[in-house]
Ligand binder design. Structure first.
Ligand SMILES: [Zn+2]
Length: 160
C-alpha cells in the first residue's frame, strides 16, 4: 500500500539522520549605540528595539518520564539563558566601542556597556552567539545561529 511505503521511507530518512529539528526562541531589548565612523546619521547616539532569535538544532529527547521528554530543549530554560547572558547586560544600556573615546567621555557617569568592536548589527549578533553558545550546547543539541533585528527590516545572521 502506498501509505506503508511512505512510512517506511520516512523511517529510513530518520535513521540516516537527514531529518533535523530546529527550535527558536526570541528576545527583545532596548539599547543605545552609535557607529562612530558612519558616513551618515548612524554616527549620532541613538537607540533601537533589538530583537534576537536563537536557532537551536538537536535531537528530540526520548527519555521516558523526564521533564524534557519530546523536546530539543525546554523553552523556559532557553529564556533563562537569553535573559542572563544578553538581556540583563544590555537592556536600557548603551553599547559603546571601547576605542570610541568621544562617546565614552560623553557618557560620563552614565551606565554603558563597553565592547571591543563597532556595535553594528553584524558584530552584536556575533557577540550574542558567543554569549549563548556554551550554555546551550550539549552532546544532544547546539546553537546553530542567531538572527538579530536592528530595525523591523534590517537583520544580521551569525551561525552555520
Ligand atoms: Zn543604530
Amino acid at each position: 500500500m502506498p501509505k506503508a511505503r511512505e512510512d517506511g521511507y520516512r523511517k529510513i530518512e530518520f535513521r540516516r539522520g537527514k531529518m533535523k529539528t530546529i527550535i527558536t526562541k526570541e528576545l527583545t531589548w532596548h539599547m543605545g549605540h552609535r557607529v562612530p565612523n558612519h558616513k551618515s546619521k548612524c554616527r549620532n547616539p541613538h537607540g533601537h528595539t533589538y530583537k534576537l532569535e536563537a536557532y537551536i538544532e538537536g535531537d528530540v529527547i526520548t527519555t521516558a518520564g523526564i521533564s524534557d521528554e519530546g523536546m530539543v530543549q525546554d523553552f523556559s530554560d532557553i529564556r533563562r539563558t537569553l535573559t542572563t547572558r544578553v538581556y540583563d547586560l544590555l537592556d536600557h544600556n548603551f553599547m559603546v566601542y571601547d576605542k570610541d573615546k568621544p562617546m565614552v567621555e560623553a557618557l560620563g557617569k552614565f551606565q554603558r556597556f563597553e565592547v571591543p568592536f563597532v556595535p553594528t548589527a553584524e558584530n552584536i549578533a556575533k557577540w550574542c552567539y558567543e554569549q549563548l553558545k556554551n550554555d546551550i550546547d550539549t552532546n544532544q543539541r547546539q546553537l546553530k545561529g542567531v538572527k538579530l533585528w536592528e530595525t523591523p527590516t534590517s537583520t544580521a545572521y551569525y551561525g552555520k
